[in-house]
Design a protein around this ligand. Structure first.
Ligand code: F6R
Length: 610
């Protein structure tokens, strides 16, 4: 998604802005641009469609040197990804970069056109530039004019503005799209994510919803939603930059897949006693709140939603708690009937997904007992706005396709299931102790599954020439199949659909032929025999089967059937284990197809717009 970087300093800032943009590249974008108040006191910009490296090349050829500037990576929402639509947008003496969507831009555009403003792009952002320019006619001060401008904007924005008339400052506004100020010595910075600024500072101030900031070289002033002068806490990071290189791996995605034993281990650390889950891992009031929970409502998007779907099987089977799961973009616009004593659970890698955040905000008005965020980013909006939190410890995930975030979310959700069952006394005899023991063994099991890397790489060859695929699973493996299909379509662009295996004969079987590989996960559980019958239905129609099956499932290779044996695992934990070969499969298919694995087309890492 879009990224913002800004700087006001005593030294040339163009290289800092470019480095910041590169650090945001992993989020997905389709054009990039920079505006600098140059040393010869002119506001100038350079914009390029495509990668930041294109912009860098253009700047090498025609350098822009200055001590004040803003930069942006754009992920197109309004208007095609081309130079004309790339940010920064200019109006008179000022330049604007914007993350988010302005919903009333059409009405504003008409008003501004009537006032004589000429639009050179198809974006919603350009209305902000012209509106601000217009306000500046009466309100000579940039900060005052920005405060007046945002009052007329409906929608979501993270904004950074510079003006040739007041080149001593960078002004910013946040509503629905995160912004952070990086504090330096005699220089200050702004970005949509602190990662963009880690090369210049380790001290940060996070803007809150409705904040407006005026950032100068040696001072920062912030006003809140009500216009009150406020201080925001300074957060210092001492952990050094997290390893952002690919190490021995060809892609971040492969590196992140292989990190799973370690990050699952980290997610469990400090959260288990000898034979129980430590409920206080969810926060000091967790035990008291969990005792009252009679229902769980889970809301999330994409891969995180699939994690929620697995959790539903666990919560109902193990803890006996009714659970509903819904994608956030539907939940937030539906008239929801809230069951009494319902816990509202959000799941998110980034903690900034616009729909999930909006659903949480709606939920607060709907009478839920409490909210809990299972999230990978401790400083995210979702975490700050939830009553309870469990942080997954996946570390930074750079590949756009989520992998280690998913498996650590599943671990977090299993801890939640056991905690709710423990506090409410609904777990069967010995269940918690057994699962705690199994959880401790999980990292080693994941390591064994990863050792099948080469086998899966060979299987991937079966897919390189295919255009469609079916993924099948039963029970808690159905969401695993959904996640497998999502991974494949995201990074290899092969059409993939997931079905509960029992649904096959109700329609999708019509699609099955020799050109439609069917991927199945088959742990050794009570649904195995039923699954085997479903697979016979596929074989009878000439379908090619790829089955990831428990070593004890009694499934063997045969004509049109490729069986990959998986290490045996407790059935409850099998969704976590069986995710691994599906991630590897999509990875190797994408490599064979030569796609951009870490930054697949049209996608963004953190979806901060609706
Ligand atoms: C898929 C993927 C997305 C995200 C979704 C939610 O690989 O990464 O489907 O899972 O955009 O993002 P978070 O978890 O950050 O809320």
């Amino acid at each position: 998604m879009c990224g913002i970087v800004g700087a006001v300093a005593e030294r040339n800032i163009t290289a800092i802005l470019l480095e910041g943009l590169k650090r945001l590249e992993y989020r997905g974008y389709d054009s990039a641009g920079v505006a600098v108040f140059t040393n010869d006191e002119k506001l100038e910009r350079m914009r390029r469609p495509g990668k930041v490296s294109e912009l860098e090349r253009a700047l090498d050829a025609e350098p822009l040197l200055g001590r004040l500037g803003i930069a942006h990576t754009r992920w197109a929402t309004h208007g095609a990804p081309c130079e004309r639509n790339a940010h920064p947008h200019f109006s008179g003496d000022l330049a604007v970069v914007h993350n988010g969507i302005i919903e009333n831009y059409e009405a504003l555009r008409e008003q501004l056109k009537a006032l004589g403003y000429v639009f050179t792009s198809d974006t919603d952002t350009e209305v902000i530039a012209h509106l601000l320019s217009h306000k500046l006619k009466d309100l000579a001060d940039l900060t005052v004019a920005l405060k007046a401008t945002v009052k007329e904007l409906h929608g979501a924005y993270g904004l950074a503005v510079i003006s040739a008339k007041q080149p001593d400052r960078l002004v910013a506004a946040r509503s629905g799209s995160p912004l952070v100020i990086g504090l330096g010595l005699g220089e200050n910075f702004l970005a949509s994510d602190q990662l963009a600024l880690r090369q210049v500072t380790d001290r940060f101030m996070y803007l809150e919803e409705g904040d407006i900031a005026e950032i100068r070289r040696d001072s920062v002033q912030i006003w809140d939603l009500n216009g009150k002068d406020v201080e925001r806490e300074v957060v210092q990071y001492r952990d050094g930059a997290e390893a952002a290189d690919k190490g021995e791996f060809r892609h971040y995605m492969l590196k992140e897949i292989h990190e799973q034993p370690a990050v699952v281990q980290r997610t469990l650390e400090g959260r288990l006693s000898q034979n129980q889950v430590l409920v206080q891992a969810f926060g000091p009031q967790a035990a008291e709140l969990f005792a009252k929970v009679r229902n769980v409502q889970i809301v999330a998007c994409g891969t995180s939603y699939h994690a929620g779907m697995v959790a539903r099987y666990w919560l109902e089977e193990l803890a006996g708690i009714p659970c509903q799961v819904e994608v956030a973009s539907e939940f937030r616009y539906r008239k929801v009937v809230v069951q009494p004593d319902s816990l509202f659970v959000t799941i998110s890698q980034s903690g900034e997904t616009a729909d999930t955040l909006a659903a949480l905000r709606n939920a607060k008005e709907l009478g839920f007992l409490a909210s809990l965020a299972i999230c990978n980013v401790g400083i995210s909006s979702l975490v700050r706005e939830s009553d309870l939190t469990l942080l997954t410890q996946a570390g930074r995930e750079i590949g756009v396709a989520s992998t280690k975030a998913f498996t650590t979310q599943l671990v977090g959700l299993l801890l939640l299931t056991l905690s709710l069952g423990q506090v409410r006394g609904t777990l069967g005899e010995g269940v918690e102790a057994k699962l705690v023991e199994e959880l401790r063994r999980l990292p080693a099991r994941l390591g064994e599954a990863l050792a099948m890397d080469n086998t899966v790489e060979k299987i991937a060859e079966l897919f390189a020439e295919k255009n469609h695929t079916l993924f099948l699973g039963r029970g808690a493996q159905f969401p695993v199949a959904m996640e497998g299909a999502l991974k494949l379509k995201e990074i290899s662009y092969i059409h993939a659909e997931a079905y509960p295996a029992g649904e096959l004969k109700h329609g999708p079987l019509a699609l099955v032929d020799n050109d439609m590989p069917v991927v199945t996960v088959a742990p050794n559980n009570e649904l195995l025999e039923k699954l085997k019958s479903n697979l016979q239905e596929v074989r009878a129609r000439g379908g090619q089967l790829i089955v990831f099956a428990d070593e004890k499932a009694g499934m063997t290779n045969g004509e049109g059937t490729h069986v990959v044996h998986m290490p045996h695992i407790h059935d409850i934990l099998s969704p976590i284990l069986y995710t691994i070969p599906l991630q590897l499969l999509s990875y190797y298919v994408a490599v064979l197809k030569g796609t951009d694995v870490d930054q697949p087309r049209n996608l963004a890492k953190s979806v901060t717009v609706e």
